[in-house]
Design a protein around this ligand. Structure first.
Ligand code: NAD
Ligand code: WQD
Length: 347
C-alpha cells in the first residue's frame, strides 16, 4: 500500500512558482512522480531546472494556461494522474483591486477548467492553495477554521469563491477527496539557497522587500504604520517557512490519496511577529542593517493575523518546525546568492 502510494503521479499546477517549486522538490524527495503545468506568467522555468539539479530528477513540464481547454484535455489524456495539487493563480492583492476581471478569469476560470478536466478523466483528488486572506479582518486571533469568511479584496474573494466551488463539488459527489489549505505568510527558501521567491517588480510582501534592501537593490523599507494595536505598533503576522509549507502539502496529498472527504486546514505556526521584529531578525541573519522609515498605513491592512494550527496537527500530523531566525537565514542565503533572483546566473 505504502509503495503504491509513494509512486503516485501528481499534477502540480503553478509548480514553477515560489511555493510550487519547493513543494515539487519535497514531493520528489518523498518518492512521488510529478508533472508540472505552468504558464510562466509569474515564474521562470529555471526554478524547475534547479529542482532537477537538487533532486537529480528531470521534471516533466507543460507550458500551458489552465484556461486553455484543449491543452488541459491533452494533458489529462497523455497522463494518468492520481491527484492534483493546485497552486496556479494570481496572488497580488493590490493588482487584484485594479484588475478584478483578470483575477476572476484567471483564478476562478482556470480552476473551473481544471476541475472539468479532472471530472472528465475521473480524477477526484485535489489539494487547493487557499489563503488566510479569506478571513479578512478577523474578529479574534488566533484564527481557527470556523472563523467567518469575509475577504476584503478581489483576490481574497476569488479564493473564497473557489472554496465554495469545491464545497459544492464535495456535496455533489462524496467520492471526491478535497483538501483546502489556508496559508498564512509563507517566507524563506530552500536550505540550498538554489530556489526561492523571485518577485517581479516591486515586492508586495514584507520579507522579499527586506531581502532586497539587505542586498542593496532597494534603499529602504517603508513600514506601513506604527500605530496599530500590537505590542510595538507595527503589523503582526504568522510567518511560515516555505519548506514547512511544502511538507504540509506532502502530508495533505497523503491524506487525499488515502480517503475521500472534504476538509480545510490553516497552515501557520500559531505565532505572530511584528514588522519591527522581522526587521531585527533579518538584520541578525544577514549581518546587514535594514534602513526603514515609518509611513502611512497601507490600505486594506489589519493589525494582527495568526493561525490556530491545531486542526492541521490533529488531521494531518503536521506542524511548522522552522523558527523565524531560520526563515530569515534561508531567505537571505537565497537572496545573497541570487541578488537578481533566477536572472542572476545561468543554470
Ligand atoms: P507564484 O506566483 O510564485 O506561483 C503561482 C504560479 O502559477 C506561477 O508560477 C504562475 O506562473 C502560475 N500561474 C498563474 N496563473 C496560471 C494559469 N492560468 N495557468 C497556469 N499557470 C498559472 O505564487 P506562490 O506564492 O507560489 O503561490 C501559490 C499559490 O498559493 C497561489 O494560488 C497563491 O494565491 C496561494 N497563496 C500564496 C501566498 C503567498 O503569500 N505566497 C499566501 C497564501 C496563498
Ligand atoms: C506583512 C506586514 C504590512 C510590506 C499578504 C496578502 C495575503 C497573503 C500574504 C496571498 C503587514 C507590513 C509589508 C512593506 C510593511 N498572500 N509591510 N512594508 O499583508 O499579511 O498578506 O500576503 O494569499 O493575501 O494580503 O503580508 O507581507 O504584505 O505584509 O510594513 O513594504 O508587513 O503592513 O503588517 P500580508 P505582507
Amino acid at each position: 500500500m505504502m509503495k503504491e502510494r509513494q509512486s503516485a503521479q501528481i499534477l502540480v499546477t503553478g509548480g514553477a512558482g515560489y511555493i510550487g517549486s519547493h513543494t515539487v522538490l519535497e514531493l520528489i524527495t518523498a518518492g512521488f512522480g510529478v508533472v508540472v503545468v505552468d504558464n510562466l506568467s509569474n515564474a521562470s522555468e529555471q526554478s524547475l531546472q534547479r529542482v532537477t539539479e537538487l533532486t537529480g530528477q528531470a521534471i516533466p513540464f507543460v507550458n500551458a494556461d489552465l484556461r486553455d481547454r484543449s491543452a488541459m484535455v491533452a494533458l489529462f489524456q497523455m497522463n494518468r494522474f492520481d491527484a492534483v495539487i493546485h497552486f496556479a493563480g494570481l496572488k497580488a492583492v493590490g493588482e487584484s483591486v485594479s484588475k478584478p476581471v483578470a483575477y476572476w478569469d484567471n483564478n476562478v476560470g482556470g480552476t473551473l477548467v481544471l476541475l472539468e478536466s479532472m471530472e472528465r478523466a475521473g480524477i477526484r483528488r485535489i489539494v487547493f492553495s487557499s489563503s488566510a486572506t479569506v478571513y479578512g479582518d478577523p474578529q479574534r486571533v488566533p484564527i481557527d477554521e470556523a472563523a467567518a469568511i469575509q475577504p476584503t479584496n478581489p483576490y481574497g474573494r476569488t479564493k473564497a469563491c473557489i472554496e465554495s466551488i469545491l464545497t459544492d463539488l464535495a456535496t455533489s459527489d462524496p467520492s471526491w477527496a478535497i483538501g483546502t489549505l489556508r496559508y498564512f505568510n509563507p517566507v524563506g527558501a530552500h536550505l540550498s539557497g538554489r530556489i526561492g521567491e523571485d518577485p517581479r517588480g516591486l515586492p508586495n510582501n514584507l520579507m522579499p522587500f527586506i531581502a532586497q534592501v539587505a542586498v542593496g537593490r532597494r534603499e529602504r523599507l517603508s513600514v506601513f504604520g506604527d500605530d496599530w494595536d500590537t505590542r510595538d505598533g507595527t503589523g503582526l503576522r504568522d510567518y511560515l517557512h516555505v519548506v514547512d509549507l511544502a511538507l504540509g502539502h506532502v502530508d495533505s496529498l497523503r491524506r487525499v490519496l488515502q480517503s475521500p472527504g472534504h476538509w480545510t486546514v490553516n497552515l501557520g505556526t500559531g505565532t505572530g511577529y511584528t514588522v519591527l521584529e522581522v526587521i531585527r531578525a533579518f538584520e541578525r541573519a544577514s549581518g546587514r542593517s535594514i534602513p526603514f522609515e515609518i509611513v502611512n498605513r497601507r490600505s486594506g491592512d489589519i493589525a494582527s493575523c495568526y493561525a490556530d494550527p491545531a486542526h492541521a496537527l490533529a488531521l494531518l500530523g503536521w506542524r511548522a518546525e522552522r523558527p523565524l531566525d531560520q526563515m530569515c537565514e534561508d531567505h537571505w542565503r537565497w537572496q545573497s546568492n541570487n541578488p537578481s533572483g533566477f536572472a542572476s546566473t545561468q543554470g
